[in-house]
Design a protein around this ligand. Structure first.
Ligand code: NAD
Length: 424
């Protein structure tokens, strides 16, 4: 790494307040009562664990981890595991709730969950991260399992993390349990197409949304915020679809090129240097100014709350497709809507990851693996089906895509509760 890390981002005061407000709008639209709001606002289970770590130099540090299962009414809980210094219980609660809506909207048979450890992974060695993952897994292991709760990679974690998690859980159970996590390496029961699934899904929906606005994707322009697991592949697929990617950013800075960035060359630079900063094929830009760059499409693919009341009126894209979870605060949502910007919400836009996670879990449980073509065709079909469903619902009700998507999802979860009944 050649640059000094800036703080990861200005995380909004409380993404949970935004998630609750979105739920409240859906409850009102659907005509449910306060009891249903309370049932769906409150996580079913949550655990906070101490994660003691022996550093490589022998010092002991104690980190904090969480796992929140927001809802289990439609199947086992599903959701990523985040390693970030910004992790808080309220953030994990919000992300778990959004996972419930995402799984319901895409009609995969899961509830929603999320986990996190408050740690900056850039400051720890690989073997320290392995020890953190194994101890965290051990602490939450009574809660997880292929029929209980299935973690996956998120910010700051990857397929290596999932391999350690699967191994730790399997050792505790005395046999290999591939279905306890998704996003694993291919050689350990991962699915073809999983590593790029979220980004593929983002791009399927982005192209549909551009066409919806009368913009031909071939020759359109795009900006991508965040160049991690979601952002980098999204930028590449957008370029492959004929868009000019004018600028991209990561937590350290941003680069841009008016004719469009050479995304493959940029990826090679990031693999070598750990950041987009210093890429010779573009000019250096202010990190947060990329959001205000004039382009047809903006894909925020970093963290929550990067589009907020303080900058939403300067976002110049026609279409915003939320690769990240919760990148647009509630106030910013209102500002963008008033300005006629089409916002494709996270629970739809970035659902490709959970769709292929579902495919991975199905394959692991059957011990039978599909081809890349199979995975990608089924992914595209489900993403476009969901896009049309949400768009039609939004037109029918005259509400923004986010309200329509949340209402569709909340209705499915509420129905599952009503059909199962309240015990005792
Ligand atoms: P990641 O850790 O691989 O990448 C995050 C990227 O964002 C990095 O490039 C980081 O430098 C950058 N970043 C952080 N703060 C930034 C800022 N303020 N400005 C610009 N860049 C910034 O994480 P990821 O898996 O790509 O996840 C990104 C987002 O997508 C998160 O909101 C995550 O919850 C969501 N998401 C991920 C998946 C998945 O499959 N990985 C699926 C659905 C949603």
């Amino acid at each position: 790494m050649t640059t000094t890390a800036q703080p990861i981002t200005a995380v909004p005061a409380n993404p949970l307040a935004d998630a609750h407000a979105q739920l409240a709008s859906a409850i009102e639209l659907l005509g449910y009562d306060d009891g249903m709001f309370s049932l769906l606002a409150q996580p079913r289970r949550e655990v906070t664990v101490a994660v003691p770590l022996r550093r490589d130099d022998g010092r002991i540090e104690v980190l904090v981890g969480h796992r929140v299962q927001h809802n289990l009414s439609r199947g086992p809980a599903k959701g990523g595991l985040r390693f970030s210094p910004d992790v808080s219980l309220d953030e994990v609660r919000a992300l778990a709730m959004w996972m419930t809506w995402k799984c319901a909207l895409l009609d995969v048979p899961y509830g929603g969950a999320k986990g996190g450890v408050r740690i900056d992974p850039a400051l720890y060695s690989e073997s320290e991260l392995e020890r953190v993952t194994r101890r965290y897994t051990s602490e939450i292991s009574p809660l997880i399992g292929p029929e209980r709760d299935i973690p996956a990679p998120d910010v700051g974690t990857d397929e290596r993390t999932m391999a350690w998690l699967m191994d730790t859980y399997s050792l505790q159970h005395g046999h290999t349990v591939l279905g306890v996590t998704t996003g694993k390496p291919l050689s350990l029961g991962g699915s073809r197409g999983r590593a790029t699934a979220t980004s593929r899904g983002v791009v399927h929906v982005a192209l549909a949304a551009l066409r919806e606005c009368g913009i031909d994707p071939a020759g359109a322009t795009a900006v991508v915020q965040g160049f991690g697991k979601v952002g980098r592949h999204a930028a590449r697929f957008l370029a492959e679809a004929g868009l000019r990617v004018l600028a991209v950013s990561d937590q350290y800075g941003a680069v841009g090129a008016e004719p469009g960035l050479d995304v493959a060359a940029l990826e090679a630079h990031v693999d070598a240097h750990g950041t987009v900063v210093g890429f010779p094929g573009g000019e250096e830009l202010d990190r947060d100014a990329v959001l205000e760059r004039s382009a047809d499409l903006l894909v925020p693919a970093a963290v929550e709350g990067t589009i907020h009341a303080g900058n939403a009126d300067r976002v110049r894209a026609r279409v915003v497709v939320e690769g990240a979870n919760g990148p647009t605060t509630r106030e910013a949502d209102g500002i963008l809507e008033a300005r006629g910007v089409l916002v494709v919400p996270d629970i739809l836009a970035n659902a490709g990851g959970v769709i292929v996670s579902y495919f991975e879990w199905v394959q692991a449980n059957q011990a039978y693996w599909w081809s890349t073509e199979d995975v990608e065709a089924r992914l595209e079909e489900r993403m476009l089906q969901a896009w049309h469903h949400v768009r039609d619902h939004s037109r029918r009700l005259g509400v923004p895509l986010r309200t329509a998507a949340t209402a569709l999802a909340v209705e499915r979860v509420a129905q599952a509760h009503q059909q199962r009944g309240l015990y005792p």
